[in-house]
Design a binder for this molecule. Structure first.
Ligand SMILES: Nc1ncnc2c1ncn2[C@@H]1O[C@H](COP(=O)(O)OP(=O)(O)OP(=O)(O)O)[C@@H](O)[C@H]1O
Ligand SMILES: [Mg+2]
Length: 226
């Protein structure tokens, strides 16, 4: 039996807003095996982004456990979590989250800066990844000088630059027209075919259609496979 890359066990998340408690996850079990391509669908507010943040070690559950490659990482310190994240997990967000003052190349390089890579190596690696997403001729463009689809391709290159095992994408096509969206989905599908493990959160049935498995969330719970 292969070891799951990621497991969530009985995960709950309660956000506290002053006196009010907002339950966002009400007991989620999730297993992500190496090579999986999982789509998570569900209505707005059902807890998809919350789940993705916890799966990506960006946030901690209120209760339950998070296992990375079999190790319980639920109560690791922030620095260790950041290190695991930096080394093994790439994120792609709906709003791209690129730094507007940096060029495409510098945006893609940034995760390697945090990992202490040498300038020449990280520039070369970033240039390779920009070529992979078809933007070899856009290295010096800043995000504001790129189309939406191109920006998302820069974000994908950035997510890939440290060769992570797991890519988490939260509505990566949400801000794109359908042609650009389809291009991004094809890119994600290609990454999965080359062995990357992906979890994709989406409202869009067409987007979910590129995944191998679809999970549905409702009201903080996973309802089962479609
Ligand atoms: N930082 C926060 N503080 C308080 N409540 C929050 C916070 N983030 C999310 N919530 C609440 O938790 C619930 C789940 O939110 P979440 O963002 O996970 O939903 P979602 O399924 O991603 O929705 P959408 O499809 O609209 O992106 C919602 O009711 C939301 O209002
Ligand atoms: Mg969301």
């Amino acid at each position: 039996m292969t070891q799951p890359l990621l497991r969530l066990e009985g995960v709950t998340k309660v956000y506290r807003m002053g006196q009010v408690e907002v339950p966002a996850l009400r007991g989620v079990d999730l297993t992500v095996d190496p090579g999986a391509f999982l789509a998570i669908m569900g209505p707005s507010g059902s807890g998809k982004s919350t789940l993705l943040h916890i799966a990506g070690l960006l946030d901690r559950p209120t209760s339950g456990r998070v296992l990375w490659a079999g190790d319980d990482v639920t109560s690791l310190g922030a620095a260790r979590l950041a290190e695991l994240r930096g080394r093994h997990i790439g994120f792609v967000f709906q709003t791209f989250n690129l730094i507007p003052t940096l060029s495409a190349l510098e945006n893609v390089e940034l995760p390697l800066v945090f990992q202490g890579a040498r300038p020449r190596e990280r520039r070369q690696r970033a240039a390779e990844l920009l070529a992979v997403v078809g933007l070899a001729d856009r290295q010096r463009h800043r995000p504001g000088q790129l189309s939406g689809g191109e920006r998302q391709r820069v974000a994908i290159a950035r997510a890939l630059v440290s060769d992570p095992q797991l890519i988490l994408a939260d509505e990566p096509t949400g801000n794109l027209d359908s042609a650009a969206g389809r291009e991004i989905l094809e890119m994600l599908r290609g990454l999965n075919e080359r062995g990357k493990t992906l979890v994709l959160v989406t409202h869009d049935a067409e987007a979910a259609g590129v995944a191998r498995n679809i999970l549905r969330m409702r009201d903080g719970r996973i309802e089962g496979e479609a």
